[in-house]
Structure formats: C-alpha cells, structure tokens
Design a protein around this ligand. Sequence first.
Ligand SMILES: [Zn+2]
Length: 192
Amino acid sequence: MTIGKRPSVLLRGYDEIRRLRRARQQPELEMTCVPVAPLLDETRLRLFPMLPRRLPAFFVIRGPLACVAFNADTREGAVFVHALLNHPAVPVEVFDLICRHELLHLVIAAREINGKLIDHPPEFFEKERAITPDRDAAWEWVWGHCWEVLRQDKKRESMVVKRGWRHQGRWWSADAGADSIVTTPPVTPRSF
Ligand SMILES: [Zn+2]
C-alpha cells in the first residue's frame, strides 16, 4: 500500500521488521576482544541462576544498540548487540552491562505504570545498578565514543543506531581508536 510515491508508515514498519529479521539471520563475525556469548553465559550462571537455559549472543547490523528476544513458550531466545559495538576496543565493562541488562529483562518484566507499559520500571534500574558497579563508566564509554550515531528513543525506551553509522561516527573513522578524544556529549543515556 502506498500513498503517492511514498510508502505508508505501516509498510515502512513492515519493511523494517523484515530487514531486522534478515540481519538477525546473518550475524556478523565477532571482532571483539571479549567473547560475548561466553560472557553472557557466565553472567547468567553467576547472577541469574533462575534462568535455566543458555542464550546465544550475536552482532547484527540493524536494530537497537542491544536487546533480548525471548519466546516465553519455548523458553528460547537470544541477545542481539548492534554491530556498532563489534570492535576490539570496546571494553569488557560495556559487554558486562549489556549482558546484565538483557538478562535482567527476563527476570524483571515490563509493567504498566500510569496506563503505559514500561520496559524499564524503577525496580529494573534499581537492580541493574545494584549488580553493575561499572554501569556509569560503561555508559560514559558508549556515549563518549558513539554519541554521534546514537539517538535515544524515549517512547520505545531504547537506544537507536542512526543510519550511516559505519561512515558517520568518529568511532568508525580511519583515525579512530580506543583512546580517541571525543567531544563532550550533551547527554549521557541510561538505557538500551
Ligand atoms: Zn532494556
């Protein structure tokens, strides 16, 4: 369905879902120094022993900065991390935060607050803070290195990676490295 030459919002939404599904079927080869899937499982066993099954972790070129997909019926799922973070310079604290945050979603469910379904209710962040001592440092690293290609989607409570992220960000430019100096970011986000 199109209106004039522009695809409808519905169609664009459907296209995006298809692209996301395709990206998830073709994950990237991991280039990090920290192997993320073993870290995710170690985190699960240590901090979330109530979760009985191992979850795989993949880097994909679409979707939010990080998220967990989980089927409550089959008890199967996976953590997807955006390929923006698929780089050897990303510190372990960032992946620690992602692993803890995503597994916490399987323990603290979204709930309605003032008539709105909230993925990250106050108790979620309270627990996340309690189990992630390096949380602020991890976010500062992510925002400090990647803020130019990130956008907070407050409505969806997620961190969106902008189009053209491979080319726009300082992080991916030829002279970028782990110690690149980055302009002070205007906001430090606090949620994936
Ligand atoms: Zn989240």
